[in-house]
Design a binder for this molecule. Structure first.
Ligand code: EPU
Length: 295
């Protein structure tokens, strides 16, 4: 039964998710679908409902650990040009959900705008970064602070524009998880390009010096517990370099797990459980994963 035939976007069958996660880990999903535009997404959601097919949404796959098992449902990827548009309206930048953050930052700086450069180096999309309220923990800067409006679609295919008063953001969390994000209006300020470019360079230099780009990862694995740093706690347990299978705790930043080549989701999950146990025993703190685990 080719229920997807009416769709205008791309449909791939039995697509391996390791091709779509920054961890380079993950088994196949039954349907990997890139709708052409909002109307196509609405049609897709109606079809999924009619045929009782569960679905998940993926952005750049930078915060996902996908299991090795086959995912029976559909994975929706908002990656067509329609979902990656950027427009400027006065001091507001409107960005599609599938737009990569680095593109958003360079588009803003090229127009003489500043405010979103603290996200430089985060390998996410606008949609994923909003749901997760991505940011810099140390400076308490997060994407949610910049957002004026978010355009969403619910899983029945209805679109809405949520203004600031309807949005709730907290550390690595938002009230947007129940929607599919279509795009956002982001408020920026005018600033000389040179000044903003210098700030971008500083952010990138800091990340390059303190984080680990030696192999595939999902960035920070655990959320920082209140008033503390997960990286520091794991480091103080002496766990840098600890490996299980082909998954290893980074030598540079203890909150990163690196796929040394051919790591399986099970290796990472065992390492996560091991870290949680060690930190609990030493500090009586329960670390919570920041990454989403797809089983
Ligand atoms: N630290 C250690 N050992 C380590 C790692 C860190 O002692 O192995 C110490 C550092 O020296 C520093 C403190 O812990 O004093 C905080 O470290 P860092 O500045 O690297 O920040 P973080 O809290 O570990 C957070 C975000 C990062 C984001 C940076 C940018 C979380 C969980 N992590 O890291 O986000 O890039 O701030 O400032 O909120 C991500 O979300 O994937 C991510 C990496």
């Amino acid at each position: 039964m080719n229920w997807w035939k009416e769709l205008k976007g791309k449909v791939r069958l039995k697509e391996p998710l390791c091709k779509h996660t920054t961890f380079k880990i993950g088994g196949a999903c039954a349907y990997f679908i890139e709708p052409k535009d909002a109307a196509d997404l609405k049609l897709l959601l109606n079809l999924l409902k009619r045929y009782k097919i569960p679905c998940k949404v993926i952005g750049s796959g930078s915060n996902i650990l996908a299991g090795a098992g086959f995912i029976e449902g559909a994975v929706i990827h908002l990656n067509s040009p329609y979902f990656k548009k950027i427009n400027f309206r006065k001091n507001c930048l409107e960005a599609g959900s599938g737009c990569i953050l680095s593109r958003l930052i360079s588009a803003a700086v090229n127009k003489g705008f500043s405010g979103c450069e603290f996200m430089e180096g985060i390998p996410g999309t606008v949609g994923g970064a909003l749901v997760m309220n991505a940011g810099r923990a140390s400076e308490k800067e997060s994407f949610g602070d910049l957002v004026e409006t978010v355009m969403v679609m619910d899983y029945n295919g209805n679109t809405k524009v949520l203004d600031k008063t309807k949005l709730e953001f907290s550390y690595r969390s938002s009230n947007l998880g129940k929607y599919i994000i279509l795009g956002a209006g982001i408020k920026l300020i005018k600033r000389a390009k040179e000044e903003t470019r210098n700030k971008i360079k500083q952010y990138l230099d800091y990340r390059r010096a303190t984080q680990d780009y030696s192999g595939p990862s999902a960035g920070c694995v655990f959320k920082n517990p209140p008033g503390s740093s997960a990286g520091r706690l794991i480091d103080l347990c002496g766990l840098k370099g600890k490996s299980i299978g082909k998954a290893r705790i980074s030598e540079n930043h203890a909150n990163f797990i690196i796929n040394m080549g051919g790591a399986e989701a099970g290796d990472v999950l065992k390492l996560i459980a091991f870290v949680k146990r060690k930190v609990k025993n030493k500090f009586n703190i329960t670390l919570e994963p920041e990454i989403k685990i797809w089983k």
